[in-house]
Write a protein that binds this ligand. Sequence first.
Ligand code: MG
Ligand code: ZN
Length: 188
Amino acid sequence: MNKVGLNIKPTAVIVDRDGVINADPHGYISTPEDWHALPGSLTAVAKLNALGIKVAVASNQSGIGRGFFDEKALQRITARMQACLAAEGGHFDFIAYCPHHPEEDCPCRKPKAGLLLQIGKALQISLNKHVWFVGDSEKDILAALAASCTPVLVKTGNGLRTLAVDRKEECPIFDDLAAVVRYIEGLE
Ligand SMILES: [Mg+2]
Ligand SMILES: [Zn+2]
């Protein structure tokens, strides 16, 4: 942990998908077969469920806007993710995707706050520092800050590169989502 003190259990944890829940193949995940959970990520989500902490996903999926895959494919990938998570006894309370091409200038593509605002509405929670957003890219950190949430960076996925090159904001850093959740389990 760095100097940013996070000493109260969060009310909700929002997670990026690629590089946090599943491996980021440095391309696009366009079929369910491309989707592979990172070690410990799904049991970490199940632990948050058991703690009564809401868990949601906020993920840019511009592969749709770019024409690499369609909404149906994303639904099938999501179904696989949910089935794998259910097998570990977990669930997501809400999943928010931005399907747009970056040039569409939509309000939801991270680093904008739109996906987090959608999640706040869906879960009927107010967004504040007690809502953590766990991501592996600078876009995630910036979206968390834009939505008044607490950004948390993990070293999986794009995380090490973000640490080395992109990160402009101070935020707590953990090895992976499992480490974030172990930390949360130790909080009041
Ligand atoms: Mg990511
Ligand atoms: Zn969008």
